[in-house]
Design a protein around this ligand. Structure first.
Ligand code: NIG
Ligand code: FE
Length: 425
């Protein structure tokens, strides 16, 4: 094969090459997750357009492509190659950390105790409203770089610490700027319904989103000055109830946004059934989902984005990963990086998913790659090593890929290279 290129990359002779899947699956359910496609001694070819041109046994690739054609060759002997990780849920744009609240929570305060006392999201909203966009961009960039060093190559980024037009737009603009200036791939989410702003009722907040914020967002999207992919709501008792959540999500869907929201986290709200009915692409959290909710999500192919850090930090019941897998739900993972759960690392998230939620390592990896990409509507381009997908991959200093999950922390040493669209980043 000819590459006609000076910027192509060959990664050869990986001890293990984890493709995830190989038949253009858009997602995997339990059986597929348990039987990941792994090649012993494999190579990957990435073209100058950053897309995968070939992937397979090292012998086959060697016979098809002369090494001299490539601008760069990485010998991965003794290493493992995996697809870049996908983080399906983060809140990475904010000022005002909440290290003081961590102590309160360790002493027994619940998430909602802190929230009702004017802390939690409200604390971060005050600081984020006051912060200049340049400060928000600087901290966003360093957080995204940290995620990238831990192996994340596609990340969902939410707004939601403005709760009014001006700050929500400021956050989305900062996300847009990061998208343009960093190699990491971003899926942007409007989350104006993350909390009810102080001094407003749920009805007033919903009205503001429907009549003021969404129309303005729509203008910016059609003008091409802002790209937004998903719409999110915190559907929870004392936050947005089922019917206001439904109207906001429906309005977003009419604008072409994917429905991808927080549901059934602290109380069973029937969020899962509502989301399935609206054709949601994904619902996050689900610590309190019911059997009927699980069945509805399986049927609608609505992905469950499970967030092991939240349950761990807030000492919540664990999300029912096993029940969901058994029922055929598309299970994905996210870090939930936010001032409550300060975690930038998908390897730690997978580790927690295995230990606390009883997922197997192959299930956790599928949940953090192809299924997380599905939850963002990106699994046709991301989440596995297949021809024509983005050349996003990790090289591990280990001879078995499971080290990525087995080792708890310290991943800078383990992850030798992170490659995004063929560039070592
Ligand atoms: O996913 N549950 C709502 N939202 C976030 C928390 C955001 C915050 O506390 O700042 C979550 O855990
Ligand atoms: Fe969240």
């Amino acid at each position: 094969g000819s590459l006609n290129s000076l910027k192509s990359l060959l990664v050869k002779n990986a001890k293990q090459l984890v493709l995830i899947c190989k038949n253009s699956e858009k997602y995997l359910t339990k059986d597929g997750m348990q039987n990941l496609c792994v090649i012993e001694n494999g190579s990957v070819v990435i073209g100058s357009d950053g897309l995968i041109k070939a992937v397979g046994p090292a012998e086959t690739i060697r016979a098809q492509y002369a090494e001299a054609l490539f601008d760069k060759v990485i010998d991965a002997a003794g290493m493992c190659v995996l697809p870049g990780l996908v983080d399906a849920h983060t809140h990475p744009v904010w000022a005002g950390d909440r290290v003081h609240e961590f102590a309160m929570k360790l002493a027994g305060a619940t998430y909602m105790d802190v929230h009702r006392a004017g802390g939690g999201i409200h604390f971060t909203v005050e600081h984020t409203r006051a912060a200049p966009a340049s400060d928000l961009l600087a901290t966003l960039r360093s957080r995204l770089m940290r995620m990238q060093r831990a192996g994340t190559t596609l990340v969902e980024c939410k707004s939601g610490y403005g709760l009014e037009l001006q700050t929500e737009l400021k956050m989305l603009e900062v996300i847009e700027e990061a998208r343009r200036s960093l190699p990491i791939n971003i899926s942007a989410t409007y989350c104006g319904a993350h909390a009810v702003p102080k001094g407003k009722t749920v009805a007033e907040a919903t009205e503001d989103i429907l009549r003021v914020q969404l129309p303005r967002l729509k203008e910016r999207m059609s003008a091409g000055t802002l790209r937004v992919d998903n719409i999110d709501v915190f559907c929870e008792q004392g936050v947005f109830d089922l019917s206001s959540s439904r109207s906001i999500l429906q309005a977003g869907k009419q604008m072409g946004l994917n429905i991808n929201f927080h549901g059934d986290e602290l109380h069973p709200m029937n969020s899962a059934q509502m989301g399935a009915e609206l054709g949601a692409l994904a619902i996050s959290h689900l610590e309190e989902v019911t059997d009927a909710g699980i069945a509805a999500m399986a049927k609608a192919k609505t992905a469950a984005v499970l967030l092991p850090t939240t349950a761990y930090i807030l000492r919540l019941p664990q999300p029912r990963a096993r029940d969901m897998l058994d029922a055929g739900v598309i299970v994905a993972l996210g870090s939930d990086f936010n001032p409550n759960a300060y975690c930038c690392s998908m390897p730690i998230v997978m580790h927690l998913a295995c230990v606390n939620m009883r997922m197997s390592m192959p299930e956790a990896l599928a949940a953090a790659t192809i299924n997380a990409a599905y939850a963002l509507g990106r699994s046709h381009t991301h989440g596995s090593l297949e021809v024509n997908k983005h050349g996003d991959l990790l090289l591990l200093n280990a001879t078995r890929w499971e080290h990525l999950i087995y080792q708890l922390g310290g991943h800078q040493e383990l992850i030798r290279y992170v490659i995004i669209k063929g560039d070592v980043v």
